[in-house]
Ligand binder design. Structure first.
Ligand code: 13P
Ligand code: SF4
Length: 298
């Protein structure tokens, strides 16, 4: 289906397509909004269409539904799930709360609705430090991503972080040696790293930030060749934004994001399948830390 026909179909169905930078380029090209996880969560609260298709993994669709309980939210592929979202459990949170009276549980948005419902604040990779800065508690339990927590810790010498051992299998796999070797191959190329990578990889970065942050930072460095250390789906938007520049990626593919296809999006528009739901009581509790994030970050 060509993009013009798809746009007409979306209009007819009063439907907006949101897409994360990691999905295939043809899905990004068809989307009304493409963004990082924070931008997408925020955008979802601002659109007035009755139906929203979230081209991303499960936690992204769930987040959209929690923030918009009255809208119909769909996921192109119900099997596309982020493994990190399941790398912490409620018992662990409860055990930490027993241990520290003043504990603040800061939950990366890459988490299940159940985990969000037991957390105090949500954050994304674009605003984790801003969220922690807004919290008075000394003890911060940062879940589920140990790397993201460790990567912001040095900005808060007065706080005590407790880390979880979850991680993104795609970002965590990249080694400092791989990045050193890319730097040797492309001398002078700035290195842009997503904070889900290990601290020793971030130590080699000229810029560290979310997918959207990386996109913007490329303009600031304005170099012809750039080393991008995140999932390779970001290449599509980088090439649209910076024609003529060269982007080198280590081998980083999120198999779950790659499950999402344009055919599935069209199928939803035609049939209304793959609508997701979150138990209203759970959603109400999970919305509290998400709203706090949106309040702090505007
Ligand atoms: P962003 O917040 O940068 O979009 O990252 C989401 C994600 O899943 C990274 O692996
Ligand atoms: Fe999850 Fe990693 Fe895929 Fe992002 S890249 S959705 S954190 S598995």
């Amino acid at each position: 289906m060509d993009l013009h026909t798809l746009d007409q179909l979306k209009k007819e169905k009063d439907c907006i397509l949101l897409a994360h930078y990691y999905v295939d380029g043809d899905v990004q090209a068809a989307a009304d909004y493409v963004g990082d996880s924070f931008t997408l969560a925020k955008t979802a609260t601002q659109v007035d269409a009755e139906h929203i298709i979230m081209a991303g993994v499960q936690f992204m669709g769930e987040t959209v539904k929690i923030l918009n309980p009255d809208k119909h939210v769909y996921l192109p592929d119900l099997e596309a799930d982020c493994p990190m979202a399941h790398m912490v459990d409620v018992d662990k949170i409860e055990a930490m709360r027993e241990k520290y009276d003043d504990l603040a549980v800061v939950c990366y948005v890459n988490s299940t609705a159940e985990i969000k419902a037991h957390s105090d604040y949500c954050c994304t990779s674009s605003n984790a430090a801003k969220i922690v800065a807004a919290i008075d508690s000394k003890h911060i339990f940062f879940i589920p991503d140990g790397n993201l927590g460790r990567n912001i810790q040095s900005q808060f010498p007065d706080k005590e972080f407790i880390f979880n051992d979850g991680c993104c299998p795609v970002h965590d796999e990249i080694s400092a040696e791989e990045i050193k070797s890319l730097k040797a191959q492309y001398p002078g190329a700035p290195v842009f790293v997503h904070p889900e990578c290990k601290p020793e990889v971030l130590a080699l970065a000229d810029y560290a930030g979310s997918t959207k942050g990386i996109l913007k930072a490329v303009a600031d460095f304005d170099k012809e060749t750039n080393i991008i250390v995140t999932e390779e789906g970001l290449l599509w938007e980088l090439e649209q934004t910076y024609p003529g520049k060269t982007f080198v990626f280590p081998d980083m593919i999120c198999e779950d994001m790659k499950k999402i296809t344009l055919e599935e999006v069209v199928d939803i528009l035609n049939t209304g399948k793959n609508e997701i739901d979150v138990d209203p009581k759970l959603a109400e509790r999970a919305k509290v830390p998400l709203d706090r994030m949106l309040d702090i970050c505007g």
